[in-house]
Design a protein around this ligand. Structure first.
Ligand code: SF4
Length: 368
């Protein structure tokens, strides 16, 4: 049976003021091998019958990642998930990830049915940036180009000029800076600060953060590096500055994956959601991947390098989507139209400049 466990987390608003919020971590039921096999077989059949395709994020359960690949779907970061869903011919998209990913898929493909295993699967960045407060923030800086991270609601995207993901944020902001534009950035403050440092762009930042990446600890990371002096340190840019400063590579989810697969080191310390380790270990079986330290120990809570919302995605939820049409994503026509523009700008930019997405372009910061 699924277990619902409450957990507290802190949200930051535009001014960096904190409030404590509570959510429910829905711990997926433990299934034995034969139950998982049976569920996977049913899902495969239902995907065919329903003309559906499974689009999974790197952070969801390994079974779902494998199933997506076995059935002609994809395991990807949020940019690639959006692209894949838009270009695929299936009538139904099953998006295993968090809510903004389902909304993005629906915005790009309004004619398709978009279903998610659990509509409660959200994101602290999305929760911490409500559309009305964000709109007031934009009103206060009318001369700035509004750039939002993908991890925002459709309503926030509708107010933005550009949407970016961590795969292309740096290059898009650099492009805007080169055109002489000043930036309003939301919601992740760490990624915003990192981009500001790298590009020198004039940016005002919303002060949100990801409850998973924000928990990586710099002192403990320094100790771990001393214990593994030959390890490369790979860090997602949503992590705090003191962690990013120790990285050999700061990069998007895809960039971190590629660094392990193509890198010449045998050991890597990785600061991102541990769901990505499933794919890293599949694609680079001879290499050692070590989790960067957090303050927590238990699973499916904050401070354990496992996103509680990503963890809400399970095999049973996918089957419910397929059998009952549960978890359908709806976006109003007006929001769809407005939000479409800022997503399209990013997709066009990255299509015209594929080099912008090459993970190898993410700068090396050197060890602190
Ligand atoms: S890992 Fe962080 S950024 Fe990603 S969905 Fe979870 S809370 Fe949001």
């Amino acid at each position: 049976m699924q277990r619902n466990t409450p957990f507290d987390f802190t949200l930051q608003n535009a001014q960096g003021e904190s409030c404590v919020a509570q959510a429910w971590a829905k711990v997926q039921p433990g299934l034995d091998a034969s139950e998982r096999f049976a569920l996977k077989q049913q899902i495969k059949e239902a995907l065919r019958e329903r003309d559906a395709v499974l689009i999974a994020h790197y952070y969801v359960d390994g079974d779902l990642q494998d199933l997506a690949l076995e059935t002609g779907g994809v395991v990807a970061d949020s940019l690639e998930m959006a692209r894949f869903g838009r270009n695929h011919t299936a009538k139904t998209l099953i998006v295993a990830g968090v809510r903004f990913m389902g909304e993005t898929a629906k915005i790009l493909s309004p004619e398709k049915t978009v279903l998610m295993p659990d509509l409660d699967a959200t994101c602290s960045l999305d929760l911490g940036c409500p559309a009305d407060e964000f709109s007031a923030f934009c009103d206060a800086y009318p001369d700035r180009t509004v750039v939002v991270y993908a991890n925002t609601s459709a309503a926030v995207k509708a107010r933005a000029d550009w949407m970016v993901t961590s795969s292309c944020a740096l290059e898009i902001v650099q492009h805007l800076k080169d055109k002489g534009e000043k930036i309003l950035w939301a919601p992740d403050r760490h990624l915003g600060r990192y981009i500001q440092e790298q590009t020198g762009a004039d940016m005002v930042l919303w002060q949100g953060d990801c409850i998973v990446h924000n928990e990586f600890k710099s002192e403990e990371l320094a100790m771990l590096r001393r214990a593994h002096p030959n390890a490369r340190v790979l860090v997602h840019p949503e992590s705090p500055a003191g962690v990013a400063a120790q990285a050999d590579l700061v990069g998007s989810t895809s960039a971190l994956l590629r660094a392990v697969v193509e890198g010449d080191a045998t050991t890597y310390i990785v600061a991102t959601d541990k769901g990505l380790f499933h794919r890293m270990r599949q694609l680079a079986p001879g290499k050692q991947v070590i989790e960067a330290p957090t303050a927590g120990e238990s699973a499916t809570c904050k401070s354990c390098a496992q996103c509680p919302w990503m963890a809400m995605n399970g095999l049973q939820g996918v089957l419910r989507c397929l059998h009952q049409g549960a978890g359908e994503i709806h976006v109003t026509a007006q929001i769809q139209k407005q939000a479409h523009q800022c997503i399209d700008r990013m997709l066009d930019f990255t299509q015209q400049r594929p080099g912008a997405l090459r993970p190898g372009l993410v700068p090396h910061l050197g060890a602190a």
